[in-house]
Write a protein that binds this ligand. Structure first.
Ligand SMILES: [Zn+2]
Length: 339
């Protein structure tokens, strides 16, 4: 899949021209194309005028092509590190190529080795094992850019320390919950348990809000499942439990979606002005509520997790019910606090 490559190609060409004009000779570039939603162009250069090596990087999401000098970030390299890098990239003995995966959304890395006829190595999300020789050059490059970019590097190397599953959490997979089969994502144990949870009506709430399905699955404790349709083709599957990435709760929720077993959440509005009580409370904003536990309401927080909040503050009921079930259960429950 081409991911806005044309748009960023223009910016990168402009960067290249800008650096050339300054007397920089580019040897090696790394382009993070939509990697964790970042578009960052890193270029390793030799500057003849000052006889020094420089690592330069641009955030292409914010660059203004007319005032490039304001957006350039650079770091001078020790000649020891620079020589190591030059040595590494001139002696690379791997075949250039592309490892694009159509089941991955975003997270593309494009490496160009200008010292070797502009050879290009491109891959989606994880550096392929057969390109292990790129590890040392990449580590050197990333040791000269801000530490926050280390995260990308660790993720790129996940194939080598078997942590791909960890980085895949909360990433989109090629799947449309309204059309596609989902069984293949789950292990046998998760399928069995998920089927039981669904059959025993443990998917207690299921509602679609914009591009997200939200479900509460009552296991030992209630958990929140979010099925977020990023676009027609891609979806993020997420559960608040600490278990496996594709757990029984997600399986149960997907069965409920497939069978259209909707059951709307209660909606409540917070009446107080105690802004520290909940993450963020704006006028008119309502919360998804999935029940009560004694004197607290069980809510879905703004950041998509499960939270709870006391019903009463300073002797007053702090919540107004905006949407109830057919029996008005929640309104009736809250009535007793309304004296
Ligand atoms: Zn779960």
């Amino acid at each position: 899949m081409v991911q806005n490559e044309k748009k960023y190609e223009k910016a990168m060409n402009a960067v290249d021209r800008f650096l050339k004009k300054r007397g920089y000779s580019s040897y090696f570039t790394v382009f993070l194309n939509g990697y964790n939603n970042n578009h960052i162009y890193i270029s390793f250069n030799y500057v003849l005028k000052i006889k020094a090596y420089r690592m330069v990087w641009f955030d292409l999401n914010y660059i203004d092509l007319k005032h490039m000098d304001r957006y350039i970030s650079e770091q001078i390299m020790t000649s020891f590190a620079a020589n190591k890098l030059v040595e590494g990239i001139t002696s690379l003995k791997i075949k250039p190529g592309e490892f694009f995966k159509d089941d991955i959304l975003g997270d593309r890395v494009v490496i160009k080795n200008i010292l070797k006829d502009g050879e290009v190595y491109a891959f989606d999300r994880f550096l392929p094992r057969k390109w292990a020789a790129l590890i040392d050059p990449l580590v050197l490059v990333f040791s000269y850019v801000p530490r926050s970019m280390e995260l990308f590097l660790n993720e790129m190397f996940a194939n080598f320390d078997n942590t791909t599953e960890m980085y895949n959490t909360r990433k989109a997979i090629k799947f449309n919950p309204d059309k596609d089969k989902f069984e293949k994502f789950f292990g046998e144990m998760e399928r069995d348990k998920g089927t039981k949870l669904y059959a025993n009506s443990r998917v207690s709430f299921l509602e679609k809000l914009d591009d997200k399905y939200l479900a509460i699955v009552e296991d030992v404790e209630p958990v929140l499942v979010v099925v977020h349709q990023v676009n027609e083709e891609f979806t993020v599957l997420w559960c608040s439990c600490p278990g496996k990435k594709y757990c029984a709760h997600i399986y149960a929720a997907l069965l409920a979606i497939k069978n259209k077993s909707f059951n709307n959440f209660y909606k409540v509005r917070y009446k107080g002005d105690n802004f520290t009580l909940l993450d963020r409370v704006r006028d008119g904003l309502f919360y998804f509520c999935f029940g009560v536990n004694g004197d607290t309401l069980l809510l879905i927080s703004d950041n998509g997790g499960i939270t709870s909040s006391p019903i009463v503050e300073n002797g007053k009921c702090m919540f107004e019910v905006i949407e109830d079930d057919d029996e008005c259960s929640l309104s009736k429950y809250l009535e007793k606090y309304d004296d």
